[in-house]
Ligand binder design. Structure first.
Ligand code: NI
Length: 160
């Protein structure tokens, strides 16, 4: 396990459409471990592979307060979005000084593979749903500045 550099605003890798993960091997496991380490060190709620320079469809998310809720999403797809929405603030580890309001579905259901290639489905709401939408956008090169509807000035340092 190791920390990787987080790619920042201006790097074209953030705008790429990522390719599916095809090999469920030790290298993928290492990538996911490193992404989790990097996310925790940076105190983020999620991290997508292009944010560490890897143009593949892999994401880690942990929205739990005690940082014990790690979820790995390989080749994720949203298969249900609630009509009910939530309006709230987002940040991004790749855009350290940018925060803004983004509308997201209140609940989403996604289908993904784990690090061994096994498919699973999960239905999540509120902050977790927001994180899933944010991270999956990264896989299609869609980043925070594309999504912000209104600016937000945080009172103290926050990251998401
Ligand atoms: Ni982000």
């Amino acid at each position: 396990m190791a920390l990787r550099n987080i790619v920042k605003d201006g790097d074209p890798v953030l705008l790429k459409h990522c390719k599916p993960v095809e090999k469920f091997d030790a290298r993928l496991g290492e990538l996911l471990d490193d992404m989790a380490d990097t996310m925790y060190k940076a105190e983020g709620l999620g991290l997508a592979a292009p944010q560490v320079g890897i143009i593949r469809r892999a994401v880690v998310i942990d929205v739990s307060e005690d940082r014990s809720g790690l979820v790995e999403l390989v080749n994720p797809e949203i298969i249900y979005r609630s009509d009910e929405t939530q309006y709230g603030t987002e940040g991004c580890l790749s855009f350290p000084n940018l925060y803004g309001y983004v509308t997201r579905p209140k609940t989403v259901k996604f289908r993904a593979q784990d690090r061994h290639g096994e498919f699973y489905e999960m239905e999540v709401s509120d902050l977790f749903a927001r994180a899933v939408c944010h991270e999956l956008d990264h896989l299609d090169g869609r980043v925070l500045p594309d999504n912000i509807e209104a600016p937000y000035e945080p009172k103290e340092e926050e990251q998401a």
